[in-house]
Design a protein around this ligand. Sequence first.
Ligand code: PLP
Length: 387
Amino acid sequence: MDETTPLRLFSSHFSEATQAGYAYPFWKARVALYAILQAIDIKEGDEVIVPGYTCVMDVNPIMYVGAVPRYADIDPDTFNADPDSVRALVSDRTRVILAQHTYGIPAPMEQLKAIAQECGAWLVEDCCLAIGSTYQGQEVGTFGDAAYWSFQWNKVFTTGLGGMATTNNAEIAEKIEAITAAEATPPSSQSALVLALQRLVHTGLIWPRTSALAREVFRRLSSLGLAIGSSDPSEFRPEMPDGFFTTMSEGQAKAGVKRLKQLDSNLAHRRKLAEIYSQLLRDKGWEPLATAEGHDPVLVGYPVRVQDKDRVLAQAPGKMVELGSWFESPLHPYETPLKDYGYEWGMCPAAEKACGEVVMLPTHPRTTEKDARRVVEFLTSSTKQAV
Ligand SMILES: Cc1ncc(COP(=O)(O)O)c(C=O)c1O
């Protein structure tokens, strides 16, 4: 890659920001995971342990390479994979443990790393929701053999859609580079252009009071084929669609370079809002998010468990309150045909309970302290906390 291209520039700035030796940009994070799985030679019948509290787009690349996802339940306090559940799934076919830092809360890397070492599996970190978070003072993304990151609309910072694969392992890096050069294609100029227009619209529309309406308009436009949605309908089944293995466009990379410059203030804002939410919830007699010793999360959204999730989510837009809902299903979104992905209801009880209870409070840079007060006032006056 030419050092002066926007892609090279973004990769090099991103490497610096995340302390990764090598960084490779893709159209989406799921594509980055696919490249990593190919690079570490994951094949038919290999097993990949993944939390049963994730996005189905994370599981697709595992299925695309013919591997078998095994679903670990979560720790209900941190929403991350429970190491005991991970350990119980280890078999002689386990090749990868996927450590997802849910909502930006660092996964228990010490335990997961120990399990991976014991069974000789690769440790791959899903940092899609977690840029800036640290565990025992160390940046997430630097514990495992490789990591991947998302820059999709609702992530910590966005390039519209976008993803990055990072590693500190020169051999893996060389393989990602070779596979990408041989098999990946650039996005069509039409897709790159539509995405560039969407970035402009997105910048103008996403404010806490307008985001619910904006999201709905965007959903309708993408169902009419007039906007590029985060996922194509062909991605809701476990077979790789044509054109999946796509690199990042120059426009995405330029947006990435620009937005990376605001990363520090973005992260500081999210940390501050998390403190504000914790205090506001405490003042209302609700339990705030508990943060374990040595975990320093930057939250993509602040998770709160409520008793009437569906009702609260339905009422929020009418009150111009921004609330998110991740994850709605063990393999988000709600519509995922779980059986096609080898998930049976009851496999991960703690994750399933969280799916029915967790709503996300906004932490993005346009959320003011006043917005945070409105959100908490709405929530605590509309429902009770679930325990
Ligand atoms: C935890 C997690 N991992 C991976 C992904 C996939 O990211 P992308 O949409 O960039 O492919 C998502 C998407 O929301 C996610 O929530």
